[in-house]
Design a protein around this ligand. Sequence first.
Ligand SMILES: *Cc1c(COP(=O)(O)O)cnc(C)c1O
Length: 388
Amino acid sequence: MQWRVPLVDLAYGDEEKQAVLKVLDSHWLTMGGVTQQFEKEFARFVGAEHAVAVSNATVALHLACLAAGLGPGDEVIAPSLTFVATANAVLYTGAQVRFADIISETDLTLSPQAISALIGPRTKAIIVMHYAGFPCKMQAILEIASQHGLAVIEDAAHAAGAWLDGKHLGVWGDVGCFSFFSNKNLATGEGGMIVTNRSDLAEKARLLRSHAMTSVTWDRHQGRYYTYDVVELGYNYRIDEIRSALGLAQLEKLEVNNARRRAITRRYWDGLKNTGLVLPFHASDGAPGIIPSCHIFPCLLPAEIERTRFIDAMRSEGIQTSIHYPPVHQLTYYEKKYSPPRLPITETAASREVTLPLFPTMSDEQIEQVMSGVKASLATSLGGGKPA
Ligand SMILES: *Cc1c(COP(=O)(O)O)cnc(C)c1O
């Protein structure tokens, strides 16, 4: 389908091409000098002591859970309004997930009160997810965590280039996980990063990333070692030099691209505020200390609008939309696994949510097309009304 306005588009240029060609010419394809530089520059950018580059954010979350010591018998409190990988990473370790509700229809992040209500003798950790790159209530959540001796893992997949009170998201808790999947703010195709200020967690993640081998191929290439031992059950969660080179080129542009995302978000908020749509996070605009990454633009349809009709009407205008997210606790696998928890705010918000196109290279004309498309589609999508 040829969209007039696609949901996302890459902000790629000649820099990315040149970066890849340089790697090809170097004849070294997997974890080496470029990856080390990507880790160093990403750590400096977010202000973390350590950064460990991996294949994607799903395995970053898995390693974060393992490094935090999670295993069978443990429970982890997590949001349901997230991508399924947030919860899957917990289950990979043998630990169980307890889903907590979000704050409200206008703040789609995990509710500190809901977290507190779920803490029990088996609770070991909290995973937060900074929805759309807007910060969770980190002060309150860290306080709860320290009262109960819980680890805090941040799913920062949406949050590259997002700050709260001068501190980058992902470095508030014990360990943070970033995604560089194709549709994220910093895109390398596949890719992820673990950041932490704790050297014990960084060491563990580094070890498990590459089969828990005591030396990696790069070290042996450098002539430092000629053999290796394996000291734990590890994985191959490595990244390659091509993706790390793309990551360095994208990191260079991240702040400019995010500034454009914020400007587009403000245009949407301003142009759509009187349409009956609920606009999450709008109230945080201009709040001191909050610099969001504006990874996606969520809005909630009025109750009388039929969502599938609205999405179809947008499609007929050539505008692609998406849904973030079908709640994890309602996905078949999770619904069968756990007796369904009651998450009323997550359930209503998720059933009315639609994500509008947002990417840094969007033209002003495309922004206007989306907003007039929304208004026209709302008018034709009343439940039980005449067909669009
Ligand atoms: C994209 C995403 C992930 C998974 O990232 P991958 O790099 O694709 O594994 C996890 N959590 C959230 C919230 C995401 O948006």
